[in-house]
Design a binder for this molecule. Sequence first.
Ligand code: SF4
Ligand code: SF4
Length: 472
Amino acid sequence: MNDRIDVKNIPADVKVYKPKVDENATYNLRSRIYVRAVKGLHQAIRRKMGIFFLGLFALLPWLNWNGQQAILLDIVNQQFNIFGLTLWPQDLTIFSSLLIISAFLLFVVTTFYGRVWCGYMCPQTVWTFMFIWFEEKIEGSANKRKKFDSMPLSFTKVWKKGLKHTAWWVISLLTSLTFIGYFVPVDQLFIDFFTFESSAMVVGWTLFFAGCTYANAGWMREIMCLHICPYARFQSSMFDKDTYTVTYDAARGEKRGPRPKKADPKEIGMGDCVDCNLCVQVCPTGIDIRNGLQYECINCGACIDACDETMDKMNYPKGLISYTTEHSLEGKPTKKLRTKLIGYGLVTVIMSAAFVWQVVSRIPLELNIERDRNALYRVNNDGLVENTFTLQVLNKSQTNATYSISVDGLSDYEFYGEREFAVAAGEVYNQPISIAVDPVELKRPVTGITIIIRSSNGELEVSEETRFFKGR
Ligand code: SF4
Ligand code: SF4
């Protein structure tokens, strides 16, 4: 039996307001959605989660760890400092593990609870709702805003619109500066920006990201979710009949229509939907969930809260719109644990374990050996066979360190060069060395040797194998 449910792309009966446009204009304004504010359990959860993640986003770059910015993704110097851990481009596997874990975590959540990421945590949603909050505080409720936009230009309109756009720009600028603060020292960034000391490049990037935030959350809003975000397109492959999605219970709701509050719907041959249209008015993507599951739905639960409010007023049981599964609507039990979910979960757990192991076992020291390209070997004035190498030692820690060199695989040898050397934190140090051996000691033309680098406190050690050439 195929448990997949296809996402139905139903031409939704979207009741959006279209501002009057000049017929002679060469372009038309897009239809705007005036999202009506709603209160309820799901909106409270969404708001609290939004505040939590916004707070985290704003605070993290300001945290210090061992006297340094705790999170600094220094792209110019190719070093990502995260709470004392410095990651380099060589640590690509750690980044890849992190990306795979995030992707599979998203798959687990989507398979179980549909697009709740989009509805509750996606930055696009969080910022959009924040912008709508300012819009509502300055211009009023959805109905007032609709009327306000149709009114001719006036002093009130100018100052209210001006205030709204100023507020949006301030948030956008702060968002942009905070975001850039993950990549450059944040305190200096803010000081330089507000004292007009920033470089043209920093100003350019700040305005670019601020412009993106302003355009996305202020103007594009649902367009991003409906037409640009790729996640909306492939989510259906994760849905099945046991996925919890926001669903209208058509069997209970139909036949819809207004009726007196005291009338018993069964007696008058009606369902529980009073056709108040609130579920459409509060929807940030402007769809009517009563038309069935649609890819535009971001599972935000706003229509659930709006409908529950109506059900309360009518003294009907709540839950005409709810998070439920297709199996549940068909009267069958919902299977919580299923093969696909277990598979995604297993990959997440395995990759998380691999990630932890990679981080814990990571040695903040790296050694590369380069041979002298001009000569594999030479015989020196003492009659010894000499091989020359350049050791590239990368101190991947956040403190300066001193290292020593030793060689394994040769019973007796002469060492030319520094045995001990210091490398600053985050620096690459090139150390040329030569090793010379009496040819009588060498049994074969090529001998495998190991060069070992040890930190002076003995805590770190890396080694690399190479070959010692004797010649004929
Ligand atoms: S249909 Fe309901 S859950 Fe889906 S986006 Fe609209 S308001 Fe949110
Ligand atoms: S909010 Fe509920 S009662 Fe009102 S139209 Fe939507 S489904 Fe029907």
